[in-house]
Design a binder for this molecule. Structure first.
Ligand code: ASP
Length: 305
């Protein structure tokens, strides 16, 4: 078993293999590797799982290829509205923010909510007021908006449908899970949500137990996919409860969630998890999931399909 381990995702989605050009694939792989190695370095230096997942998610938020932070999917009125959460497994503390429009790195604000407020989830203007009080620099909403996301929004609006999963050229949501050398688990997730969503819509990512969850001795989980289904299934908690109370292996619990529970509701997506001993599970019911895993046994991989 590995002493420490990290896994990341950059969203599960519907980009058919044939449509992904070599250059674009390299771009996604480069982004995933940077986040994976950034998070791993924290663990290798003896840092905490909380710092590792924050670092990895922050790198993905800053990368415009992924649907979080800069490059986030846009609401139907063309704005970016961001959701994020973080949780640590030792004391099961959690922090989350939803529907913020001006916070450059939502994962950092989620962590600040966890560490500096009496609350777990802050939304909208209240979350941004807290950010200002805490000395965060706010950015104009157009910082997040990229030409590709605008094009994607126009495409969605012409077809008058909200994507089930964010289609090319976007890929939904980023997340990380880690176990550090002390055995502490942590999970973080950050997203712009679904393209063409209603303003005010909140997905699963910032809902503790749905898109993000961590419990020492059990697992840390970060999900991606059509959030409404993950909320209804309480997906991340379902996986942990199946391991803790029904004795399933982590891989079995993830498989049950993605290939039985969610499909029964009509939902799909993907999930990454790290278990009590550093075992990593990455699974999805979509065509692909941008993902990576690295641990202290020497495993290092990045994959899309
Ligand atoms: N789960 C995210 C949401 O529903 C979107 C995604 O993962 O692509 O907000």
């Amino acid at each position: 078993m590995s002493a420490y381990a990290i896994a990341i995702h950059g969203g599960a989605g519907a980009m058919p293999r044939a449509t992904l050009s070599g250059a674009r694939e390299q771009c996604y792989r480069g982004g995933l590797e940077a986040a994976l190695d950034g998070g791993y370095e924290v663990l290798a230096r003896g840092g905490t799982s909380l710092d590792a997942v924050s670092t990895a998610v922050r790198i993905l938020e800053d990368d415009p290829s992924f649907n979080a932070g800069r490059g986030a999917a846009l609401t139907r009125d063309g704005a970016a509205e961001l959701d994020a959460a973080i949780m640590e497994g030792r004391q099961m503390r959690a922090g989350a923010i939803a529907s913020v429009r001006h916070v450059k790195n939502p994962v950092d604000l989620a962590r600040r909510v966890m560490e500096k407020s009496r609350h777990v989830l802050l939304v909208g203007s209240g979350a941004e007021e807290f950010a200002l009080e805490e000395g965060f620099t706010l950015v104009p909403n157009h910082y997040f908006r990229t030409a590709e996301r605008l094009e994607q929004l126009e495409h969605e609006q012409r077809g008058e449908r909200v994507s089930d999963l964010v289609p090319p050229p976007s890929h939904g949501t980023v997340g990380a899970v880690a176990r550090d050398a002390a055995g502490d688990l942590a999970a973080a997730t950050s997203t712009g949500g679904l393209t063409n969503k209603r303003p005010g819509r909140v997905g699963d990512s910032p809902i503790i137990g749905a898109g993000t969850y961590a419990r020492n001795g059990v697992a840390a989980v970060s999900a991606t996919g059509h959030g409404e289904y993950f909320i209804r299934a309480v997906a991340a908690h379902h996986v942990c409860a199946a391991v803790e109370f029904r004795g399933l292996t982590l891989a079995q619990a993830v498989r049950e969630l993605l290939h039985q529970v969610l499909p029964a509701l009509g939902g799909d997506g993907g999930l990454i998890a790290v278990g009590a001993n550093g075992e990593i599970v990455m699974d999805f019911s979509t065509e692909g999931m941008f993902r990576g895993a690295r641990d202290s046994t020497g495993r290092r991989e990045v994959a899309i399909y």
